[in-house]
Design a protein around this ligand. Structure first.
Ligand code: FES
Ligand SMILES: [Fe+2]
Length: 460
């Protein structure tokens, strides 16, 4: 950008590329994630998935998380571990290590490391050597859950309890894990969590219908922080027929978690509080690479259409179109999806070059929250400590379709969509004190009341 750019009226800036040829700099406070960076330290306060369980069989796996080279493994007794990748003897990579009954053994001189970083053996040292007691190898605590291996990489004294979300076990849900590598900064991947309007274009109207045609309808959007500091919900409300209004709410949980509803939802049948379809973490590998790890939630309530395809959920695959790279560059050009949209915003999206509009309110709100969090201004955006109880984290991702007849006046009907969105939100928040099926039942009852109130008394 140049001074001329500022001083010249917009109308006079035709063919103005020459004066805009230098891209502004990226925003390091939100995007840089290596050790010691503001965002890196904030992200390290949360349990993060680092790989799929299926990767840890007879061989260790090299992983890179938040700019740190690590190795994950499962020893022969079944315990998982995450160690600094380079052997603390002379630096050979432990990705070539030998999985032992207890711990991981370096391939070079046979030093044996326990999952917590204890040096168990230094076989080449003379008898009586106390070398192995004089230091520890770098290690992080792990937790395995439904096909994903998590690590906590923050300060030991701040380790939170492992978060359990309240949508995990409703309706005999099975959770199938998946992994997608995305070569760009983590923040732009998570910006996509709070960008409901891209569904109208990228997924539904450009080259192919990646979502149902109902996503083509212009939504009334609303972005709200959740009452417990877990993040931001974005609510989209659409009129799908003269009789029906469909509200979808997705949830971007702090700092890098997104929960969303089913891509097969049409909003053409009444339904109350249909819950989460997928939970996903966008974990920074480093500043310019991300790995998305998460679960698909498989149950009859979220998928009454029977469209789930378990064979298509896993490593670099998802039973929902447009989530992974297209097979070729040209295929991506012809039919781009989220992967192409996010990775093409530059390796690190440059916020100073953006021109944000009304529909980017969620992106702006979430960036503001994260900035406050890394500056220590929002204690409520830190996870509860390990002894903070075992309450499940309430999540808000849902679909509700109510019978609410169309109002004759278009402006009034549009305002009504906003009211439906607010009333659905309020019904869910009113159940804040409840958990699990009790919460589900309460919200459904409240939403049925909302339907009666809005559906039976159309304004004139
Ligand atoms: S470098 Fe690992 S044991 Fe020597
Ligand atoms: Fe998308």
């Amino acid at each position: 950008m140049t001074v001329r750019d500022e001083a010249t009226p917009v109308d006079a800036r035709a063919y103005w590329g020459y004066f805009m040829r230098d891209a502004p700099r990226e925003d390091p406070e939100l995007t840089h994630v290596g050790p010691g960076t503001a965002m890196g330290e904030y992200l390290r306060r949360f349990w993060q998935p680092i790989c799929m369980s299926e990767d840890l069989a007879d061989l260790p796996k090299a992983v890179r998380i938040m700019g740190e080279d690590l190795v994950a493994f499962r020893d022969r007794s079944g315990r998982t571990g995450v160690l600094h990748r380079h052997c603390s003897h002379r630096g050979a990579s432990l990705e070539y290590g030998i999985v032992a009954e207890r711990g991981l053994r370096c391939c070079y001189h046979g030093w044996l490391f326990d999952a917590d970083g204890t040096i168990l053996e230094t076989p080449g040292e003379p008898p009586g050597s106390r070398l192995k007691e004089s230091f520890r190898h770098g290690a992080y605590p792990t937790h395995e859950e439904s096909g994903l291996v998590f690590a906590y990489m923050g300060p030991p004294e701040s380790r939170p309890g492992f978060p359990v979300f309240d949508g995990y076990d409703l309706w005999n849900t099975r959770m199938k894990s998946f992994e997608v590598t995305i070569p760009c900064n983590w923040l732009q991947v998570t910006d996509n969590y709070v960008d409901p309007v891209h569904s109208m274009f990228l997924h539904s109207s450009y080259a192919s219908t990646q979502l149902t045609e109902s996503f083509l309808l212009r939504p009334y959007c609303r972005f709200l922080e959740t009452p417990d500091g877990s993040g931001i919900t974005h609510s989209t409300t659409r009129r799908t027929t003269d009789e029906l209004v469909w509200n979808r709410m997705n949830h971007a949980l702090t700092p890098n978690i997104g929960e969303l509803g089913s891509p097969w939802e049409k909003g053409l049948e009444p339904v109350l509080f249909r819950r989460v379809y997928a939970t996903r973490w966008s974990v920074p590998v480093d500043d310019t690479n991300t790995v998305m790890l998460g679960w698909r939630h498989l149950n009859d309530f979220v998928d009454p259409w029977g469209k789930a395809n378990e064979d298509e959920i896993g490593k670099e695959k998802m039973d929902f179109d447009a989530q992974v790279a297209r097979p070729t560059y040209k295929a991506g050009q012809r039919d781009p999806g989220d992967w192409e949209a996010c990775t093409s915003q530059r390796p690190v999206a440059v916020h100073a070059a953006e021109n944000l509009g009304a529909t980017d309110a969620g992106v702006q709100a979430r960036r503001r929250m994260l900035r406050q969090a890394v500056r220590g201004e929002r204690g409520d955006l830190l996870p509860a400590p390990v002894n903070g109880g075992s309450r499940p984290v309430r999540t808000f991702s849902q679909d509700t379709t109510l019978r609410v007849p169309r109002r004759p006046d278009p402006a009034e009907d549009w305002a009504l969509l906003g009211e439906v969105g607010q009333r659905v939100h309020d019904a869910i928040v009113a159940a804040d004190h409840l958990r699990g099926e009790e919460r589900q039942t309460f919200v459904q009852r409240r939403l049925a009341e909302v339907e009666t109130e809005l559906g039976s008394s159309p304004r004139t």
